[in-house]
Design a protein around this ligand. Structure first.
Ligand SMILES: [Zn+2]
Length: 366
């Protein structure tokens, strides 16, 4: 079976919908023709000229990367900096670049779950769930169509809450309507008031699935005109948001934990604030620059917050309430390429998949 770039993009967008990215982000297909047939994929944290060269040499025409090489608008493409040179090289060699960035940070099985897994944490959950990503559909259906419509809504992605699927609320009642002369009613006659035993169905769904859900509803519903309400919900979506918090099965002494962290994540350096002389059990993590989550980590009563890109004054904010540990941006996210490869290998068993061998970390240590 042959796959196009857009087949791979759609599969990636089912695990990390673009709607979940931050407003400043640019997670998307950045270069390449979506209709091109994929010859092989390289998974990488960053895209540099060296990674594009590697793709050429490996016969791969798709690079799936975490960081978008095109982040701000490009007003010219002359090769004056590494960004433009990388983009030009990709385009000249017909190589597609797909970036899966903060949307992958924000999903339950994304960047932060990978860190939790590497540290052996149990009960991982999103540290700062995002509000305003859920909607509610209320609709009215003839009683005999209740099950088939619920099934259609379920298949379209409605009614999932945490570990539960097919979640709905139903109540029986009476619907009334009078079809006009122009109508083509499924039940009742033109110009006659009709009363029908109906079910009122309420289901939640992720807002980005709105069009899919409405299409499924209209296709499954027997009426010519389907009555429904949509509501935006302020509820947080517990499965989408920044950072993650999990626990060690057995508490560890602080120094022992820091050594465990170093070994598990293959780190040369961990920069951290003062030890608190109490065991570590609850651990907050955020791959990349995550210090904006410090108060969320404190609220979650984490013993340590592991992230990167912490500035001098921000370390003071630990304020003897927890340990802040900076493990480096690259180091915190480098295993994201493995996460991408694992996902792609489940979906596309016959596409050649590789992890980049290029070390793209711009920081070195002496
Ligand atoms: Zn990053």
């Amino acid at each position: 079976m042959l796959y196009s770039v857009s087949d791979v993009v759609s599969a990636l967008e089912t695990i990390a919908p673009p709607a979940y990215q931050e407003s400043y982000d640019n997670a998307r297909l950045l270069t390449g023709n979506p209709a091109n047939q994929v010859t092989g994929i390289i998974c990488s944290l960053d895209v540099t000229e060296a990674v594009v060269q590697e793709a050429i040499e490996m016969g791969c025409n798709l690079i799936v990367a975490h960081h978008p090489i095109i982040f701000k608008g490009l007003k010219s493409l002359t090769g004056k900096d590494y960004i433009e040179r990388t983009v030009i090289k990709a385009i000249k060699n017909d190589i597609a670049i797909y970036a899966i960035h903060t949307n992958l940070d924000h999903v339950q099985h994304g960047v932060n779950k990978k860190i939790c897994d590497m540290l052996g944490l149990v009960h991982p959950k999103i540290l700062a769930p995002k509000p305003n990503l859920l909607m509610k559909l209320t609709t009215f259906v003839p009683i005999e169509s209740t099950e088939s419509i619920l099934r259609a809504l379920d298949q379209a992605g409605a009614g999932r809450i945490g570990n539960y699927s097919s979640c709905s609320f139903q109540v029986a009642g009476t619907g009334t309507f009078k079809p006009s002369e122009e109508a083509n009613p499924t039940i009742g006659r033109k110009e006659e008031l009709t009363r029908v035993a109906e079910t009122r169905i309420e289901v939640l769904f992720p807002a980005h699935l709105k069009n899919t859900i409405l299409k499924a509803l209209k296709e499954a519903h027997p009426y010519e005109e389907v009555a429904y309400y949509l509501q935006n919900l302020e509820n947080e979506n517990q499965e989408v948001g920044s950072g993650m918090v999990g626990e060690l099965e057995h508490p560890m002494e602080e120094a022992a934990f820091l050594h465990h962290l170093k070994k598990a994540m293959n780190l040369r350096v961990v920069k951290h604030t003062a030890l608190q002389n109490k065991p570590i059990q609850k651990i907050a993590v955020c791959g990349g620059a995550g210090i904006f989550l410090l108060s969320a980590a404190k609220r979650a009563q984490a013993d340590i917050f592991i992230t990167a890109d912490v500035k001098y004054h921000e370390y003071f904010d630990a304020d003897n309430q927890l340990i802040i540990a900076d493990i480096g941006h690259y180091e915190s996210e480098i295993y994201t390429k493995e996460l991408l490869l694992e996902f792609l290998s489940q979906k596309f068993s016959n596409i050649a998949l590789y992890l980049t061998k290029i070390v793209t970390n711009p920081i070195t240590y002496i």
